[in-house]
Ligand binder design. Structure first.
Ligand SMILES: C[S@@+](CC[C@H](N)C(=O)[O-])C[C@H]1O[C@@H](n2cnc3c(N)ncnc32)[C@H](O)[C@@H]1O
Ligand SMILES: [Zn+2]
Length: 290
């Protein structure tokens, strides 16, 4: 089934201005307070207000590179393990998954197109409208929303069974608020040796060793880690695929394209690259009853 099913998720969303319920009418999402948000021709709605998109939004080129790379199946082993972990945390039917920093919707689509995911709905949230455009077209019952993860999320309290967060910014207090008490947060982060030898040979931005500790700290208070796995596999990449993997990451902003291509071609064809991730499952800490 093609995506773009905003109607399926609108009752889970709230107005980013007054936090009132939203309904879809006349090509817009509207609240009773008179605030309206146009649904884009491509099927997503932007609920971004009060600020411009942060500079961390993926550009059209980054989203296109990510789409091509993911569609070629290079990260399929990760998608399969993530989908398995998320489905295990979903109710038998009628689950809700929020992918925060969803990018093209690739992983959310993997979650929702098999097993318990088939009867579940997903919200693909990203601050990049280029990403939201792609996510609105991804397979599965996915509503695509442009919103900033660092602001209050335009999502109702306790409406979500699983929050998914893959290589994207986190907002612990907001993830805790939107999750049901028995819900789960599934986080994928790159390990320090992810994309070696590309990181060293091409001078890409590397994952700092402290990152894992900071992930834990940013969620501390709101969440308890219940499971943590390390996943790794080897990619065999030709020069175009190496260029895509560089183009979809944060280093895309820091490189001179001509010089980069020369360096990529010097690596050999294919080059063996390590994909190395941590997949962590968190549960919301018990909320104190006031
Ligand atoms: C490295 S990409 C990962 C995308 C997707 N999860 C994947 O793995 O294919 C990071 C994503 O986070 C989005 N992003 C960056 N800052 C954000 C923010 N403040 N709120 C929401 N999304 C954000 C970017 O636009 C980008 O799509
Ligand atoms: Zn409103």
């Amino acid at each position: 089934m093609m995506g773009g099913v905003l109607g399926d998720v609108i009752e889970l969303l709230v107005c980013p201005i007054c936090r009132g319920a939203l309904t879809l009418a006349g090509g817009a999402a509207r609240c009773a307070g008179g605030h309206g948000f146009d649904v884009a021709r491509q099927g997503y709605v932007s609920l971004l207000v009060g600020s411009r998109a942060p500079g961390t939004a993926d550009s059209a080129e980054m989203v296109a590179a990510r789409h091509d790379f993911l569609a070629a199946g290079h990260y399929d082993p990760l998608a399969a393990r993530l989908a398995e972990a998320v489905r295990a945390a979903l109710p038998d039917a009628g689950g809700v998954v929020l992918d925060a920093g969803a990018g093209t919707g690739h992983y959310l689509s993997a979650v929702l197109t098999g097993g318990a995911g088939e009867t579940s709905r997903g919200i693909a949230m990203d601050v990049s409208k280029h990403a939201a455009r792609r996510a609105a077209r991804a397979r599965g019952r996915i509503g695509a929303v442009v919103a900033d993860v660092w602001r209050p999320l335009p999502v109702r309290d306790a409406a979500v069974d699983v929050v998914v967060n893959v290589f994207a910014p986190r907002n612990g207090p907001e993830f805790a608020r939107v999750l049901r008490p028995e819900g789960r947060l599934v986080v994928v982060t790159p390990a320090p040796d992810h994309l070696e030898p590309l990181v060293g040979r091409l001078g890409l931005l590397s994952v700092d060793e402290d990152k894992e500790r900071r992930v834990g700290e940013s969620l501390r208070g709101g969440f308890t880690e219940v499971e943590r796995r390390h996943e790794e596999f080897v990619l065999e990449l030709g020069p175009d695929q190496v260029a895509a993997v560089v183009g979809m990451g944060p280093s895309a902003w820091h490189h001179d394209p001509g010089a980069l291509r020369t360096e990529i071609e010097a690596l050999g064809d294919p080059v063996r690259v390590r994909a190395s991730f941590h997949l962590s499952i968190f549960q919301p800490a018990l909320r104190s009853s006031l």
